[in-house]
Design a protein around this ligand. Sequence first.
Ligand SMILES: [Zn+2]
Length: 433
Amino acid sequence: MNSLKSIFRPIKPTNINISFKPDELISNSQKLMLELGLIRQSANGLYHILPFAQRSIDKLISIINKNMMEIGAQKITMPILIQSKLWKTTNRLSKNLEDLYILKDRKSKEFLLSPTHEEVVTNLFSSDPTTYRQLPLMLYQIGTKFRDEIRPKLGIIRSKEFLMKDLYSFDRDQESAIISYNKVCQAYEKIFDHIGVKYIKVDGSSGMMGGSQSHEFHYPAEVGDDTLFQCKNCGFGINKEISPELVKCPKCSSVDIKCTKAIEVGHTFLLGTFYSEAMCAKYSDLDGTLKPPYMGSYGLGVSRIIGASVECLSTQNIIQWPRSLSPFTVCIIPAKEGSIEENVSQNNLSGLYNNLIEIFGDDIIVDDRTHMTIGKRFIEAKKLGFPFVVVMGKKINENPSLYELYDSSSKKSDYYELNNLINFLKKQCLEQI
Ligand SMILES: [Zn+2]
C-alpha cells in the first residue's frame, strides 16, 4: 500500500545559505512545489526532484516513450560530457561561451557539460558507414542538460540543470527530412494533447541551432519569458523574437491579434545539412555517391513541462495537476485513530484499496497519518492536487457505509456506496484514456 506517511517530503524552510537571492523571481508553482515538498533547492538554480514530482516526471517519460515508439524513433543515451573539440568543428563554442559549463579532465582535455547534442549525435552517425536503406533514422534520449543561466528562476522552469528529451533525425534529402519533421511535430502535438494542458504552437526562432524551419510549443503563463503574437481568426502564431511586431496576420490578413506571455516547453528545428557538412557525416546513396544527411533536431523540456503545467493550472494555494501527470490519481483518507469511525474505516480500507488497484494500478496513496484529523489531511490532499480524494468520515458508520468523494476538477464532494464509488471512478478512468 502506498503510504503518505512514508513519502520523503522535506518541507521545512531551506537552509539560510541557499535561500533565494533578493532579485530571484518566485513563481506560484515554485512556491507551491517547495512548500509541499515536491522539489527542494540544492543551490541557486539547482533542485532536488522529490518522490511526488519524480512520479510526475516518470509519467511524462512514459507518455513520451510511447509516442516516440509509434513514429519509429529509437531511444539511446549519449554521454553528458562532450569533448569541446566537437563543438569547435561547428564553430558553436565561441558563440555560446557564457552559457556553457566547461571543464578539464586530468589529462587537460577540455569537455562541456552538454546543453544539446547535435555535434555528438552527428559524430555518432558518421562513426559507421550508413546507406540510404537505413534512412530515415530517428534517435532520441531523455537525460540531464546544463546551462549556466545568468539568472536562474521559477524553480524547475528555468534551472541550471534540467531534464530534456532530445531527438535527432537523419534523412536522404530535404523532401524526406520535411516528412520526418512533420511526423515528429505531430507526435509532439499528441504528447501535449495527452498531457492535457492547453498549449500554443507558433513559428519559432532558430536561435543557436541554425536551420530553416522551426516551431515552438508554449504554455501560456504570466511569468513566462516569451511573448507570442496570435491571430484570433486563424490561430497563426509567431514568437516576438522573430517578428517584433505583428499588426496583420500573414496567413489570413486579420488584424485581430492577441499578445500572450508564455513558457517555452518544446522546440523543433529543421537543420538541413549544416551539422553533417561541418562534421563530414555522410551516407551512401542509391548510386553509391556519398552525401550529407538532412537533419532535424527536436526538444522537449521534461522537468520544465512539470513546473510549467503546475504554473498554468494551479491557484495561489492549491496545486492542480493535469490528470495525466498527477503523482497519484486517488488519495484515500481513513478515519482518525481513536474516533468512533476507526473500526469500520479500518475494516473497509483494504477492500476499497484492492478495488481501486484494479482500476488505477499503484496510482493510489493512503494518507495513513491517522494521528491527524480528517479535516487537516483533507486540506493538504486538496493542496497537493490529487484528482480524487476518498474520505472515510462520519458516514462510513452508516449502513451501508458511505464514502465521500472529492473531485478536484469540479471542486465538489459527493457520497457514494462502495459499488457506486468504484463504478464512478472506473468511468472517470476510461474517459481519461
Ligand atoms: Zn490569421
